[in-house]
Design a protein around this ligand. Structure first.
Ligand SMILES: [Zn+2]
Length: 301
């Protein structure tokens, strides 16, 4: 009798194992995860300084004024999670990149399913870059793509050639790796024996280092400077890299004729910002508001 009981128990155990192994389909979880990530951005302010989170929250919400609202929460390692409730609101924010808080760049990344907001790499940002000095006729799409891929990673270009005063320039939207120095110029071959330099200006460029050309810190906190100690340091970058704000964000029509006297541009107010010609010499980020400079005020070295 004892043996029969044992057999019964074994069979019962086998049944339990079988039941345990039977696949139970769980529905709905993926949809929930997808919902969680669908309208989320993860971001961080590119600075080692302490960020006033409540101020950042209010500033960004006021800037974006999303119609359906936004939830902004601090997560691990100074990262911030932005949850939107409408695709339109989210796209407006993405379209308006780059964003800044207290002149520091905020790096954003649109979360996709499976990504961990606490560890997804946050090193890339988008900039509109103006390409100056390109001869007319060389603003072809392929040239634009090559230049964009040199500055960073080409995303798109503005097909209208922008005219300001006597200068013309082209605009490319590029993804930039913030760990690399900002590109200043590129030598371009024209035909067999001629070459020129095209010059880059970054729209809405804010705080960056004039020693190493990277975003996120000033000269006083530069690794390169720390390593060089008391040696003389060349400032390889300056404010000529910063594009002057376009008036009202409008592109001036190519059919408009402007006066050729560039001097009248030297000291004028644009978008509420004072644009003053810089007479050369070393400039630092410490007084950068006073040293706003446009393409007409390029300092020569
Ligand atoms: Zn630096």
């Amino acid at each position: 009798m004892a043996n029969i009981d044992l057999v019964d128990t074994n069979l019962a155990n086998l049944n339990i194992i079988d039941e345990e192994e039977d696949l139970l389909l769980v529905l709905g979880e993926d949809t929930a995860v997808e919902q969680l990530y669908k309208l989320c951005l993860v971001g961080r302010v590119l600075t080692d300084s302490i960020v006033n989170f409540p101020a950042l929250k209010n500033t960004l919400a006021d800037l974006w004024h999303p119609l359906r609202g936004v939830t902004i929460t601090e997560i691990e390692d100074k990262r911030i999670l932005f949850k939107f409730y409408s695709e339109i609101d989210l796209n407006l924010v993405l379209h308006g990149l780059p964003w800044f808080f207290n002149r520091h760049l905020i790096i954003f990344h649109k979360l996709v399913e499976g990504e961990d907001p606490n560890s997804v790499p946050l090193w890339h940002t988008v900039f509109w870059v103006q390409v100056h000095n390109l001869p007319i006729g060389y603003t072809l799409k392929e040239t634009t793509r090559q230049i964009g891929d040199f500055v960073g990673k080409f995303e798109e270009y503005d097909s209208s050639l922008v005219t300001r005063g006597v200068s013309k320039f082209m605009r490319v939207r590029v993804i930039i790796n913030v760990r690399l120095p900002l590109k200043r110029k590129k030598r371009i071959g024209i035909g067999q024996n001629r070459f020129i330099y095209v010059l880059f200006q970054y729209e809405r460029l804010s705080f960056f280092c004039f020693i190493c050309g990277r975003l996120g810190h000033g000269e006083n906190y530069c690794e390169v400077k720390l390593r060089m100690g008391n040696q003389h340091i060349e400032f390889g970058w300056d404010l000529t890299l910063r594009a002057t704000p376009r008036r009202g964000g409008q592109v001036v029509s190519k059919w408009i004729r402007e006066e050729s006297n560039t001097d009248k541009w030297q000291d004028m107010e644009i978008d509420g910002e004072r644009s003053v010609r810089k007479a050369g010499g070393e400039a630092t980020n410490n007084n950068e508001e006073k040293e706003e400079v446009g393409p007409w005020g390029r300092s020569t070295r």
